[in-house]
Ligand binder design. Sequence first.
Ligand SMILES: [Zn+2]
Length: 271
Amino acid sequence: MTGQGSAYALSGRLGAAAVTFTAGDAPALSNGDHRAMGLVLRRKEAVKSQELFLFLSGQGAVWASAPGTGAKNRFGAGTEPMMWGEFRLYQSPRRLYLKGVEVKEDFLAIRGSPRALRAAVRWCGELASRLLPGAQADSLLSLLWGSMKNLSAGIDPVLLDMRFAWRWANLWGIAPPLDVCSSCGTSLQSAGGNFFQMTSDGFMCRGCAEEARMSGSSDLMGLLGAAERDALLMAATLPKEGFVRWASDAPRPGSNFAACSSWLYSFINSK
Ligand SMILES: [Zn+2]
């Protein structure tokens, strides 16, 4: 991260999407009332309040204090994690308070499906761990919203998880290329072979992977089948409508995708 007060933009490979970080600046909000759309990423119970880590449009991630706990909580379900709504906030000189929340989308369909819920909980947890308070990331918020919409529409959580992880890494400019060998630049499509080697830089073609193995490289992170690499490419890079059409007919992902998903998150966690 750069010094205090500096802002910079990283353009991803998708071109249209860019994210701006404002690192280390706190608090970003001026004193007084504010309104913003977003969701609760994480909630902690304190003695007389709930402490909410909110992810808000135009504000990024912020901690807000919601007075009252348990039965004395006057915000009802509005302070539940993964609840999307319009949050009314008050910034005092010392802290940010929640004044009210109007729930817009509770995503009940996700909460009713263990597989879907697991994916959404992972996304919120990863974001809560990675977002710095004060870092604006509206493109990432849009990605989360679209992913949860697709999840509640019944699209496979594993495909959506890969799409979410890769596109998040892409917004931060650190996504692995999915179409070429990260070592020699050869097109993976034309390189042939039944498997591709995952490394901390991206995929390796068969020749480079063989060389890396011979030299005892410690950067070999598992293999992904060629058909699965094709599916990852589609899941990650198809535009929205094309993705929804493709995902509706795609075969249910195999267990190998779990390793692929962990590999994708490793890029975000390496930042
Ligand atoms: Zn290669």
